[in-house]
Design a binder for this molecule. Structure first.
Ligand code: IPE
Ligand code: IPE
Ligand code: MG
Length: 268
C-alpha cells in the first residue's frame, strides 16, 4: 500500500491549521533513561522504547508532508556514557535503518544524516549508507538523523573547509558571507528548522544545530521521549501556530502576521 498524506480536511479534523505547520522540525529526543529508571528498568530499555516513538513521529510528520524532520540521536558528547549503553544505542540505530527501509520507501522519505558519521563503526555506517542510497530519489519528507553530531564541531569543520578554500585561492576572505558558512555546514542545502522540540523538560540546546536554530521557535515538554506520540506532536504544532515570528522586526498589524516565515539569507 502506498503512503497517503493527510488531506486539508483531515489536518483540520486533527485540530491543526493547514498551511501553518512548521516546514522543518528538529527534535531533541531526551528522557529515555529517566523513563526506564522510573520503572525500575535499565536505562537501555528506555532507548528501546524510544524507537517506537521515532516510528510514530516519522510517520505522522510524513503524512503531514513536512519538508524535513531532524532527530538528534547521538551527540558528540554522548561518548562519555558507559560502553554498554553506547553499544546498545548503535545497535538500535543499525536495526532501525535496516528494519525501516521498506517503510521509508513506502512513505517516500529521503533519508540522510548529519554529524561525524565516519567515526561510527563500519557495520553501522554501511547500513546507514545503504538506506541513504536506496532513498536518494524519493521526493517526500527528508528524514535527517543527527549521529555523532555536535554543533560546535560542525562549525569547526566548516571553518577548516573555508580556510582551506582561502589558502588554495578558491575563495576571497572578503567575500565570506553567512551563506558561505551555511554552505559549509553538514546541513548545506537544507532549510533551517522552524521549530525545535525538546522532550523531558531540559531547557537547553545541548550543542544541537547551534547555527541553524538562530530564529527557530522552541518547544519544551515534560513528556519523556518514550511516551511522546502524535498528540504531543500536535500540541507542539498548535503552539507553534500561535507564535509570532518577528526575526528581529516589529509586530505586524493587519491580517497577515509574520508567522511561519523563514530567516532571510544574510539577514537582508
Ligand atoms: C536521550 O535520552 C537519548 C540519548 C541521549 C541518546 P537520555 O539517555 O539522555 O535520557 P535521560 O536524559 O538520561 O533521561
Ligand atoms: C541530548 O541529550 C542529546 C540527544 C538527545 C541525542 P543529552 O541527554 O545528551 O543532553 P544533556 O546531557 O542533558 O545536555
Ligand atoms: Mg538526557
Amino acid at each position: 500500500m502506498s503512503h497517503t498524506p493527510y488531506t486539508a480536511d483531515e489536518i483540520t479534523a486533527l485540530g491543526l491549521t493547514p498551511g501553518q505547520l512548521p516546514r522543518h522540525v528538529a527534535i531533541i529526543m531526551d528522557g529515555n533513561g529517566r523513563w526506564a529508571q522510573r520503572r525500575g528498568l535499565p536505562r537501555v530499555e528506555g532507548h528501546r522504547r524510544g524507537v517506537t516513538s521515532v516510528r510514530a513521529v516519522v510517520e505522522e510528520c510524513a503524512k503531514l508532508e513536512l519538508d524535513q524532520l531532524t532527530l538528534y540521536c547521538l551527540s558528540s558528547e554522548n561518548w562519555k556514557r558507559p560502553q554498554m549503553e553506547l553499544e546498545l544505542l548503535l545497535n538500535l540505530l543499525q536495526r532501525y535503518v535496516v528494519a525501516e527501509r521498506d517503510e521509508i520507501m513506502r512513505q517516500n522519505i529521503r533519508f540522510c544524516t548529519i554529524g561525524r558519521t565516519s567515526e561510527l563503526n563500519r557495520r553501522v555506517l554501511q547500513e546507514v549508507q545503504k538506506t541513504i542510497e536506496l532513498s536518494r530519489e524519493n521526493d517526500g519528507m527528508r528524514l535527517c538523523l543527527a549521529l555523532n553530531y555536535g554543533g560546535r564541531g560542525e562549525i569547526v569543520d566548516a571553518v577548516q573547509e573555508i580556510a582551506h578554500a582561502v589558502k588554495d585561492g578558491r575563495l576571497n576572505p572578503d567575500e565570506i558571507t553567512e551563506s558561505t558558512v551555511s554552505e559549509h555546514l553538514y546541513t548545506a542545502g537544507m532549510s533551517d528548522p522552524d521549530l525545535v522540540i525538546r522532550t523531558a523538560s531540559e531547557m537547553r540546546v545541548s550543542n544541537f544545530l547551534l547555527w541553524q536554530i538562530s530564529y527557530a521557535e522552541l518547544f519544551v515538554t515534560p513528556t519523556l521521549w518514550p511516551e511522546f506520540r502524535e498528540p504531543h506532536l500536535r500540541e507542539a504544532f498548535n503552539e507553534y501556530t500561535q507564535r509570532e515570528r518577528r526575526f528581529g522586526g516589529l509586530k505586524t498589524s493587519g491580517l497577515q502576521p509574520a508567522r511561519n516565515g523563514s530567516i532571510p539569507a544574510d539577514g537582508t
